[in-house]
Design a protein around this ligand. Structure first.
Ligand SMILES: Cc1cc2nc3c(=O)[nH]c(=O)nc-3n(C[C@H](O)[C@H](O)[C@H](O)COP(=O)(O)O)c2cc1C
Length: 489
């Protein structure tokens, strides 16, 4: 990395970051991306993405695959785009962080002080319209659609994607990340968990006796992916949410068939109609909790009517797997900030940090640090963190710790659980919560699970008399670091 790049702050780098290609160039300048030539779409691309990300969670490079076997040069796949500490800061337009909690804090600061959704801006054309396949030109195998895990039921073009639908009653446009399997040249399917907004919307069309219009963006700016895969409130358009994070409107072009918003700078966007009558088998698929947890099922077929794509398109790939996964660092960071924000809005004082651990796939093991201010505070904080919108779906554990514990440091958290938590007193349960067929502990509907909340704070009644921590004091640490600097990083 050159000196001039080292001294630039992320704030400066972000000015004018226009689309995925521009972002990839910036990642190259930062030394944050590796190019991989000659991998096969059949298992190799995904296995490389899975294993490289797992080697160094939150610090591994993004991967850009080219010359994929059987495909022309230029038909590329990007994996793990925003899944690194420094890259995520660029994508979210935040100052250069040193730690996970720096990122969470700066994101939260923005949400508290100057975040407003910015409605997307309609434009007449954009790079995604460079190529439009219609009728007999449509062939999904034109793209290097990866076969992701060894026991999958098919090839998935959508993992790091945006499924865009319009609510037929209100006109609200929702973007969600839902996996998209290719059946054949002209048919695909998306899998949506019960309660997900896309599922609620498609159900509305089907109840009216209508098919459901849909767009699927399969390669785009990671900011759009992040906005689509977080639990953003219903009735909020994720394109507007992303615009608010970026500080300028996301441009869109109305699609030819259904008039849905095509992100103008996307790389590949499929337009189609989800049938209420025609079904085909989808899955199984290796999933984010680390298992092939649900079997193949019959899902509505989506007939592809248009494919819009840039010349030399870039698909984006997320690989759900045994954690850490090649998207869980970004998910954990953004979700931590969202949960913290919701806790504050619910009136919980004294929250000092939130971290959704990657070992829990960024959802299943979430830790909240508080300054205990009154009896019952820890329990209240845990209940809200468990039940708020950003934290509720498919959770399992919430741990509350004192403010001297760094919630993102698993050593600190396990130490607090081991020494400040009396299990029969301090572990509570929440039953019948919102879960998913992807939960390996669930075998049949309804897809509800149970949660544990752990109070690992010093007991409130005698917290001030709790034994002192046996650790060199900050003054003593500073003194010996100054005297023996060669011993410390
Ligand atoms: C890589 C990745 C893949 C995902 N795949 C699915 C999926 O196939 N089906 C699903 O229901 N949710 C999936 N999710 C979770 C949803 O994207 C997430 O719950 C989001 O909030 C859905 O949008 P919605 O809240 O507008 O429904 C995935 C998330 C990620 C990060």
């Amino acid at each position: 990395m050159s000196d001039s790049h080292q001294v630039k702050s992320n704030q400066q780098r972000n000015e004018g970051y226009s689309d995925l290609r521009d972002l990839i160039e910036r990642f190259e300048e930062m030394g944050e991306i590796e190019k991989v030539n000659g991998a096969n779409w059949n298992l190799e691309v995904a296995a490389v993405a899975e294993t490289v990300a797992a080697q160094d969670p939150g610090r591994a490079p993004a991967l850009l695959f080219d010359n994929i076997e059987g495909y022309p040069e230029g038909f590329r796949i990007l994996a793990g785009g925003a899944n690194g500490l420094r890259r995520l800061a660029v994508v979210m337009d935040l100052p250069d962080p040193e730690t996970e909690m720096d990122l969470v804090r700066s994101m939260r600061r923005r949400m508290r002080t100057k975040f407003e959704p910015i409605p997307p801006l309609k434009v007449s054309t954009g790079p995604v319209m460079e190529n439009i396949d219609r009728g007999s030109d449509i062939n999904m195998w034109k793209f290097p659609v990866p076969f992701v895990h060894e026991l999958d039921g098919g090839r998935y073009i959508g993992t790091d994607d945006l499924v865009i639908m319009r609510d037929p009653d209100t006109g609200w446009v929702n973007c969600g990340t839902y996996r998209t399997m290719v059946h054949d040249e002209t048919n695909v399917a998306v899998w949506m968990s019960p309660g997900k907004h896309g599922r609620l919307i498609s159900d509305k069309y089907f109840k009216r006796g209508e098919d459901c219009p849909v767009l699927i963006s399969c390669g785009q700016d990671p900011l759009l992916f992040i906005s689509a895969h977080q639990e953003i409130d219903p009735e909020v358009d994720e394109l507007a949410y992303a615009g608010g994070q970026r500080g300028r409107a996301i441009e869109y072009i109305p699609s030819e068939v259904h008039g849905l918003p095509i992100p103008a700078h996307s790389e590949v966007v499929i337009e189609g109609t989800m049938s209420r009558t025609e079904i085909r088998e989808e899955g199984p698929f290796g999933e984010f909790m680390g298992y092939y947890a649900s079997n193949a099922s019959e899902l509505p077929v989506i007939k592809v009517e248009r494919v819009y794509y840039r010349t030399n398109p870039i698909l984006t790939l997320a690989v759900p797997s045994r954690p850490p996964e090649n998207f869980t660092f970004a998910r954990a960071t953004v979700k931590s900030a969202l949960i913290w924000d919701e806790m504050e809005k619910a009136g919980i004082p004294g929250v000092k940090g939130v971290w959704c651990h990657e070992a829990g796939a960024g959802r299943l093991f979430n830790v909240v640090a508080i300054e205990q201010l009154y009896p019952g505070h820890a329990s209240q904080a845990a209940m809200v963190a468990t039940n708020c919108h950003a934290g509720n779906y498919a959770g399992r554990w919430v741990v509350v710790v004192d403010q001297d514990i760094d919630p993102s440091n698993i050593f600190d958290v396990v130490w607090a659980m081991s020494t400040r938590c009396d299990p029969p007193e301090d572990v509570q349960f929440i039953k019948r919560a919102w879960s998913t067929p992807l939960d390996p502990l669930l075998r049949e509907p309804p897809w509800q699970n149970n949660r544990g909340i752990i109070d690992a704070c010093r007991p409130y009644g005698w917290k001030d008399e709790f034994p002192k921590v046996a650790e060199a004091s900050p003054e003593l640490k500073a003194k010996i670091r100054a005297k023996f600097p060669q011993l410390y990083k």
